[in-house]
Design a binder for this molecule. Structure first.
Ligand code: GLN
Length: 508
């Protein structure tokens, strides 16, 4: 199997240097990545590839490089989760509902990365409308885990994680409503970050749970995450929930990079994490956590102490309540967001119907998969007269308490919180797909972060044991609002001392 040219480089910074010195061209890089994607079609990581569009972007990057006006990502091969709308490539949200949909505009995230010079290889597989934890809810079949084709890639951004793990792109975009960047990153052995709610524009990102959804990058290392997150972040007047300022600093490209550089400068080489207090919540290490995951995390926590950090035991007592609260709020918002798919304004329309109500009902029954229908029904139910107070309002109260729990810990007791991303390594395809509740329970360590709107990152920290020896484990780092730079710096220091993020699956 031929590996794409970009995999010969250590990361985005090294590739940028080679491109600037014209040792390699954007077109060569794009061509070899397109070949690799075609050669690994069995992974089902990409849903839409259009070589002519990719090569046109690569040619534009080569021209900019030759003219000395190249953006910071000129020629860097990336891919977008198929919930970011794109002109050119179709945008399906992995649903039959949008099978033939082509957007008249680009999402802000897509536009910004394009303006920075990144070359898109196409659109990546995911769970339908980003609902799921395994990528098995895609109408176009699951993405396989590059480490083990029997295993799920995680979800919902499974294609984004698998494409990076298999080396098909250097970085990808994902979205995280309740863990969809961090969990597939963990299960595929790559790095991923969900920034603070409001940091990255949601304009052109197909809405799932609007008060929870946030976009972020996935890549091999924390250093590469910084390269992508910094230019994709920033205020956007087209998204009313995108913030103008972060603790008095303008929300714009350059903010996260400056924070990262400041942290890197002030740390001594021998104890680069000296003074950092890492909170370890007891509730994240309870009975539900697999022993093999706990073993990898324990080793990582020791490593952080060796790098100078201090471990502090903390408590997040409402962790378990995050599951019912999230699945009430997310489904309520989804039921509203997905009402636009009515057979008239967007997407699929049934071929046969009697009247307009019948047309809408049939179009939705045919266009949406089973899990999406389940979420719409749940969401409509919890919002209905008579149940609103008991479910929706109660969930909102719990949401506030969960956010308060984090604020009681972050700052006063610790600077960051560390824990697992998922209770187990990647499970087998089909293992949980018949049991939605088992699938929801696997989200226990990621949901609270979205309910609180905090930033969090996943970094590879080891593997399972025995039969799972080739299934990766991820460590989650959770920061206070707008503390993306500290997360990335801590992850970077850890990655300088370890090589988990450099491990590659055998066949890729
Ligand atoms: N697994 C969660 C869900 O199904 C989270 C998905 C996401 O973050 N998009 O809702």
């Amino acid at each position: 199997m031929t590996r794409p040219l970009h995999s010969e480089f250590d990361g985005i910074a090294a590739l940028r240097q080679a491109l600037a010195q014209r040792q390699v061209s954007a077109r060569e890089l794009a061509g070899s990545a397109l070949d690799a994607i075609a050669g690994q079609a069995g992974l089902n990581a990409f849903l839409h590839v259009a070589p002519e569009l990719t090569l046109a972007q690569a040619d534009a990057a080569d021209q900019a490089l030759a003219g000395g006006q190249a953006g910071p990502l000129a020629g860097v091969p990336i891919g977008h989760k198929d919930v970011f709308v794109t002109t050119g490539w179709r945008t399906t949200a992995a649903s039959r509902m949008l099978e033939h949909y082509v957007s008249p505009f680009d999402a802000t995230v897509v536009e910004r990365l394009r303006a920075a010079g990144a070359v898109s290889l196409g659109k990546l597989n995911c769970d339908e409308f980003a609902m799921g934890s395994s990528n098995e809810n895609s109408a176009y079949g699951p993405t396989l885990n590059p480490w083990d084709p029997q295993a799920v890639a995680g979800g919902s951004s499974g294609g984004s994680a698998a494409a990076v793990a298999a080396g098909l792109v250097l970085a990808s975009t994902g979205t995280d409503t309740g863990g969809s960047i961090r969990q597939p990153a963990a299960l595929c052995g790559v790095s991923g970050i969900k920034p603070t709610y409001g940091t990255v524009s949601r304009y052109g990102m197909i809405a799932y749970g609007s008060s929870l959804d946030q976009a972020g990058p996935m890549a091999r290392s924390a250093a590469d995450l910084l390269e992508i997150l910094d230019p994709m972040s920033g205020f956007d007047p087209r998204d009313s929930t995108c913030v103008e300022s972060c603790h008095g600093q303008a929300n714009q490209p350059g903010r996260i990079r400056a924070g990262f550089n400041a942290l890197a400068e002030t740390q001594p080489d021998s104890q680069p994490l000296a003074g950092l207090r890492i909170g370890v919540p007891g509730e994240f290490f309870g009975v539900g956590l697999a022993a093999e995951v706990r073993a990898a995390l324990d080793a990582a926590l020791l490593q952080f102490e060796q790098l100078g950090a201090r471990r502090v035991e903390v408590s997040l007592p409402r962790t378990e309540l995050s599951i019912p609260a999230y699945y009430v709020i997310a489904t309520a918002e989804a039921s509203s967001n997905l009402s636009r798919f009515d057979g008239v304004r967007y997407g699929h329309r049934a071929a046969e119907y009697t009247d307009i109500a019948d047309m809408t009902a049939r179009s939705r029954a045919e266009g949406f998969g089973a899990e999406v229908q389940r979420r719409i029904l749940t969401g409509t139910y919890v919002l209905s007269h008579g149940y609103y107070d008991a479910y929706y309002l109660q969930a909102q109260r719990i949401r506030r308490l969960i956010a308060q729990d984090f604020q009681g810990v972050l700052g006063s007791q610790c600077d960051l919180i560390a824990g697992p991303v998922a209770p187990t390594v990647a499970w087998n395809l089909g293992e949980k797909s018949g049991d939605p509740v088992a699938m929801y329970l696997a989200d226990i360590y990621t949901l609270a972060i979205n309910l609180a709107g905090l930033p969090a990152m996943s970094v590879p920290c080891g593997f399972g044991q025995g039969q799972h020896a080739r299934r990766p484990v991820g460590l989650q780092l959770i920061g206070n609002y707008f503390d993306e730079a500290r997360l990335l710096h801590t992850g970077h220091v850890y990655q300088q001392a370890t090589d988990w993020h450099l491990r590659r699956p055998e066949q890729h």
